[in-house]
Design a protein around this ligand. Structure first.
Ligand code: HAM
Length: 425
């Protein structure tokens, strides 16, 4: 038997109902914050990711699904392609490619879609997973560099998590400074690593040379005591970066978004500058980050675009749904009415009633005239219906229909013309 590939999974009802409910609420929220959807391809030129996310990151060095795409015609060139491991790079590529900067305004773009990383699968970690993300990007004259953007994004996320019903989330913040701060920090890290690096894993030994910041992503338990003692990025921020970070925090305090500082959080992607953040949730176990993001003021330029500072985030939708399930979120909205035709010829009447109800916005399920009464009741219960309406010869002849509340057992007789209004309540 052929099975779904390791690290991928099928989303089935009723779980898919919860996914859709989350996406519906999120789209509604994005509209209120004036974000608009962008859909970029699920595969891109491999160099897009190596240049933005960074050669030495786990994502690029170990986790990408990459293949050599052969030329199929003389007019084509062979090309290395990669399934997107994240979507910020694709959005910034599109921003540059389509000249979105020419409007001179901020672009507020959101996306919902699959991403691919060849990680070791476990709960909350998949090889195909889904992100709900957004990016604000634009020229500095449009306010893209301002700490107000950071605060606005973080306030939106707090509202988003509240609106989808997640309880007990925590926001962790840090600043990783600008390119110059990072150069000084990398130098300090290199010096601090020099006497100890021979005791560390092979990846750390290589990264200590090529990109010391990435040593902080190491998960090898034996390396952790050494990493603990390394200098922290906060000590290397210049005055403008310090002030930017202080302004973000002051604004979060002003709008009442609780947060804490995590000086160890540098995030596993190279493009970040200044503010970085993660929201975590206790219901997730080891993979506790529901979402992550940050500022990327130099990303556009590193992809040969204009100066276009930006900030964004991506929610791990799989993890958000897991966290909601861990707090007992019901998977599915209940069916309001189960319409049970009883006896030959009644299917037609039942179909008409169901049509009327559904057009009026009522969720209705329809039985079959061949079912006995007992079977109809069983199926109505299974469907989780609130009410059952029997459509039999007597009902049709008299124009009076019995509407039974399946949880209380209460039954009322309703005239045909009143049924839809009654059930739409
Ligand atoms: P990231 O931290 O790599 O950031 O991923 C964001 C979120 O995606 C994580 O917090 C997690 O919830 C989810 N996630 C990542 N990998 C997996 C996986 N293998 N299985 C399930 N969920 C996963 C980014 O991707 C950046 N592009 C975010 C960003 C947008 N920064 C600025 N703009």
């Amino acid at each position: 038997m052929i099975k779904a590939v390791r690290g991928t999974r099928d989303l089935l009802p009723p779980d898919s109902d919860l996914w859709n409910r989350v996406e519906g609420k999120v789209r509604n929220l994005f509209a209120r914050y004036n974000y608009h959807e962008i859909r970029t391809p699920v595969f891109e030129d491999t160099s897009l990711f190596s240049r933005s996310v960074g050669e030495e990151t786990d994502i690029v060095s170990k986790e990408m699904f990459t293949w050599e795409d052969r030329a199929r015609a003389q007019s084509e060139k062979a090309q290395s392609l990669t399934l997107r491991p994240e979507n910020t790079a694709g959005v910034v590529r599109a921003y540059i490619e389509h000249g979105l900067y020419k409007t001179g305004t901020l672009q507020k773009l959101y996306y919902i879609g699959p991403q691919f990383r060849r990680e070791r699968p476990q709960k909350g970690r998949y090889r195909q997973f889904y992100q709900i993300g957004a990016e604000i990007i634009g020229p500095p004259s449009a306010g893209s560099e301002s700490p107000a953007r950071d605060a606005e994004v973080l306030e939106m996320l707090a509202t988003l998590l509240d609106e989808v019903g997640l309880k007990g989330w925590q926001l962790q913040l840090n600043s990783v400074g600008c390119a110059e701060d990072r150069a000084r920090y990398n130098k300090a890290l290199r010096e601090a690593l020099q006497p100890v690096v021979h005791q560390m894993c092979a990846d750390c030994q290589r990264r200590a040379e090529t990109n010391p910041l990435r040593v902080l992503d190491c998960k090898v338990p034996e390396d952790q005591p050494i990493i603990e003692k390394l200098p922290k990025i906060g000590e290397y921020l210049d005055e403008p970066c310090r002030q930017h970070f202080a302004a973000v925090r002051a604004m979060l305090d002003a709008v009442g978004v609780p947060h804490s500082i995590n000086e160890r959080m540098v995030r596993g992607l190279d493009y970040y500058t200044r503010t970085t953040f993660e929201f975590t949730h206790g219901g997730l176990g080891a993979q506790s980050a529901v979402l992550g993001g940050g500022r990327y003021d130099g990303l556009s330029e590193s992809l040969e675009g204009p100066k276009a500072p930006g900030i964004g985030f991506a929610i791990g939708e799989d993890r958000l749904v897991l966290a909601l399930q861990s707090q007992g979120e019901p998977p599915r909205e209940s069916v309001q009415a189960y319409i049970a035709p009883l006896g030959a010829g009644m299917g037609l009447h039942a179909l008409n009633l169901a049509r009327e109800l559904r057009r009026a916005g009522v969720t209705a399920d329809l039985g079959d005239e061949s079912f006995r009464l007992k079977r109809s009741f069983e199926l109505a219960e299974k469907a989780g219906a609130k009410y059952i309406v029997i459509v039999g010869e007597n009902e049709v002849a008299s124009g009076q229909f019995a509407v039974k509340d399946l949880s209380s057992g209460e039954q009322v007789s309703v005239p045909r013309a009143e049924l839809t209004r009654q059930l739409a309540k």
